[in-house]
Ligand binder design. Structure first.
Ligand code: HEC
Length: 179
């Protein structure tokens, strides 16, 4: 009964099994298993929780999250309540303790007509880029030593992004969003 046909069939089965086992083995070699959490845990030598915490802490180090889903002008309007005692935003709005901020994002520094700026800001000159505004609003007195703006700053990057988007909307042509 041991015919060539039986041999062929057995051969085919062996080849099939070999292909399945072999390709699985090669596949594992090519694509290492993806276990980021475990890896981080192994490196820090800690339990899972601290590894997750680390990832969270790293967040504020990111560049301005202007384009993040959480930042929007509506949220910025709420954050801007901290500014309205000193600033107006609309075109032609008056200067209060601080200057009117119409067209401020991408606009020239210290350009509000009739406002008496500090020497610090007039000397700095230049334009308000997103980056500058992010730094300024983090801690005004660090970015602009000698500024008259008596405001401690916004600690939350999300708040800064949102208020910057809100400010941006007050312009004849809002500045292009950062890429
Ligand atoms: C206590 C009053 C006060 C508060 C609150 C305040 N500012 Fe100011 N702001 C000022 C003053 C005063 C200046 C002028 C700074 C100078 O001359 O050095 C200024 C300047 C600025 C400028 C630069 C304007 C220009 O023409 O170049 C920006 C931008 C600005 N403030 C944004 C904000 C935002 C956004 C907030 C809220 C998160 C805020 N400020 C809160 C008083 C304030």
């Amino acid at each position: 009964m041991w015919s060539t046909k039986t041999n062929n069939i057995l051969g085919a089965i062996i080849v099939a099994v070999w292909l399945i086992v072999g390709s699985n083995y090669i596949g594992n070699l090519l694509i290492p298993p993806f276990e980021p959490v475990h890896e981080a845990t192994a490196k820090s030598g800690n339990s899972e929780a601290p590894a997750k915490k680390e990832a969270k802490k790293a967040e504020p180090a990111q560049p301005l999250p202007i384009l993040s889903a959480s930042a929007n002008a509506d949220k910025g309007k709420k954050v801007a309540k901290k500014c309205v005692s000193c600033h107006t935003f609309k075109k032609g709005g008056k200067n209060k303790v601080g200057p009117n901020l119409f067209g401020i994002i991408g606009g020239a520094r210290a350009k509000a007509a009739g406002f008496k700026y500090s020497n610090a800001i007039t000397k700095m000159g230049g334009n308000w880029s997103y980056e500058d505004m992010n730094k300024f609003l983090t801690k005004p007195k660090s970015f602009l030593p000698g500024t008259k703006m008596a405001f401690n700053g916004l600690k939350s990057a999300g708040d800064r992004a949102a208020v910057i988007l809100f400010l941006r909307s007050f312009a004849d042509t809002p500045a292009a969003l950062p890429k």
